[in-house]
Design a protein around this ligand. Sequence first.
Ligand code: SF4
Ligand code: F3S
Length: 107
Amino acid sequence: MTFVVTENCIKCKYTDCVDVCPVDCFHEGPNFLVIDPDECIDCTLCEPECPANAIFSEDEVPAAMEDFITLNAELAKIWPGITEVKDALPDADEWKGKSGKTDLLER
Ligand code: SF4
Ligand code: F3S
């Protein structure tokens, strides 16, 4: 089992999740974070911390976002780790809660 970052993170990237992860399993891309499923210990701490409600347990990922399970695993192997909170993206509050952001994911 692992936790998964989904579409709501795209163009927001608040990074509050990074602050609570005890095993530093978040990895950072230009406008999205992912969780390394091989590192996540299912502690559940990050899920309530995300202001955009982007994080789900693997077995609770909404059906429309199931592709994000493999996407997290794939990108976690490529992107560098992030261990410290940083400022959210400039327009984060405007993009928060918007749907249809998947095509805006930058790699
Ligand atoms: Fe890190 Fe825990 Fe979230 Fe997994 S569930 S990503 S270990 S904070
Ligand atoms: Fe993204 Fe939420 Fe973390 S917006 S960076 S998953 S706090």
